[in-house]
Design a protein. Structure first.
Length: 227
């Protein structure tokens, strides 16, 4: 029972884990004209697990690189027929320093992992062997949007990051999922502002059990190695 819950928690956190590892594998500077993220921001992410049963998950990001912490609040919109069946309907992650706390509020449980590395840097998608590709017109919300694309190699498939061409604001991230399939992440209401410090207080009344990096899926093991 414990093993099943932990694996589900690790799957839902894997996207963030891989992002963090990617940023540490590369240098900090870039000549790209695509702007980096601000050091602090709040945004809404709609995540589509394409080719994995089409699950849809909504996530509110509270990103605070200044204080090296990141909170993500997830809610399941549509479980689909694939990976969504194994994910909680209401869960959150607090990544503070190198410590990742994964809360499953459906079951009142928490798993803690010492990752050995922290949240993604604001320029992770610009650094190292990332390259800017041709301008892309992407369709969303019944309208085509002109974007700039950065592509960064990874196992299975690359990270493809898109920002609005006119403003540089984050638009979409396509990332390798835990099964090697593509995960599409669309960003909405992206605001450069400081998240309230109280949002990073861990929930009271739920004890966190230490997990082990040995239980991470193969892709996360690669990510940990790259870090």
């Amino acid at each position: 029972r414990q093993r099943t819950t932990m694996n589900a928690n690790l799957i839902k956190a894997l996207f963030v884990v891989v992002l963090a590892a990617s940023c540490y594998a590369a240098a900090a500077d870039s000549n790209s004209t695509v702007p980096a993220w601000p050091d602090q921001f709040i945004t809404i992410q709609m995540q589509y697990w394409a080719q994995s049963g089409d699950a849809i998950q909504k996530t509110v990001w509270y990103y605070d690189y200044t204080n090296f912490r990141h909170r993500l609040d997830h809610s399941m919109v549509d479980r689909g027929t694939g990976i969504g069946k194994f994910l909680p309907s209401n869960n959150s992650e607090w990544w503070i320093g190198n410590d990742l706390y994964m809360y499953d509020f459906d079951k009142g449980k928490c798993t803690h992992l010492d990752m050995g590395f922290g949240i993604p840097m604001p320029n992770w998608f610009l650094s190292g062997d990332a390259e800017e590709l041709a301008t892309q017109w992407l369709y969303r919300d019944n309208k085509y949007r002109e974007t700039r694309q950065m592509s960064k190699p990874a196992p299975y498939s690359p990270f493809n990051y898109y920002s609005y061409k006119d403003t540089g604001v984050a638009f979409r991230l396509e990332a390798p999922g835990p099964t090697g399939r593509i995960v599409v992440n669309d960003f909405y209401d992206f605001r450069a502002e400081t998240p309230p410090p109280s949002l990073f207080d861990l929930p009271a009344g739920i004890e966190c059990v230490d997990g082990s990096a040995k239980e991470l899926p193969p892709y996360a093991v690669w990510a940990n190695h790259r870090a």
